[in-house]
Design a protein around this ligand. Sequence first.
Ligand code: PAF
Length: 291
Amino acid sequence: MEIIYNPGFLVECINKITQEGSAKVGFVPTMGALHNGHLSLARKARQENDICVVSVFVNPTQFNDKNDFKTYPRSVDNDLKMLQDEGVDVVFIPHEKNVYPTRKLHKLDLGGIDKTMEGEFRPGHFDGVADVVYRLINMVKPDRAYFGNKDFQQLKVIETMVKNENLDVEIIGVPIVREPDGLAMSSRNQRLNRKERKEAASIYKILKQAADVYASFSPDQLKSEIERHLNNTNLLECEYVEIVQEDDLKLVRKWKKGCKMRICVAVWCGNVRLIDNYRIVTYKNYDDSIK
Ligand code: PAF
């Protein structure tokens, strides 16, 4: 496994490994503090491409809260070990000054899909995400880039950015990986204490139960029920619940036949903010997450 810090050496290194222009490059951007969710992205990238590049960069421009950036878990040595064991070819760990020679963000067209949910509660977050992904894609020049469905709105924002900016890369969403009790894997889970960690599993259970009975409620009633159940726990506090169409994130006002939707939530568990989502397909519910 090659570890590259300087973007100038990155393309040279990828070309050396592939030794020909036709080899396909799969790319997994991460902020480190890796878990099995990230490894599932790397595994898929390896399976579908000739080489797999993973970046580890805690991107300052996507944190709307300075303290969140400061306390974001960092564990590069452990990350490298996990990536080596997973058979990743190249790990790219750029320095901030190389990613941002100037602090000016690109003005990227995100088509308004960035304004609701996370965009509403974390102003500027998606400008930072889209900008860093744009920069990383331009450095790595992958054929395919992989993102987890847990950050479902992020996946849609990136798909939109890639389309609007005409980037020549295929964006692939990968199913949520969950802990055995249902909690969606996230680097932030490390910051939960024992009691919070136990309670955090209720998020998945409440979403799943809601999806099982969705047809007995209108979308608005279902949202209220989910919020009520989340806030009825000891430690969880719901920030938002939205039911959105999977393709364009438009809010669902009434159930339509054959519509694919996601119930998306952001929930505080102590000082840790967690997000999750669950798929509803009208008249046919199924759980696309891996346990
Ligand atoms: O999902 C993440 O870890 C980050 O938002 C990403 C896509 C690596 C951009 O910094």
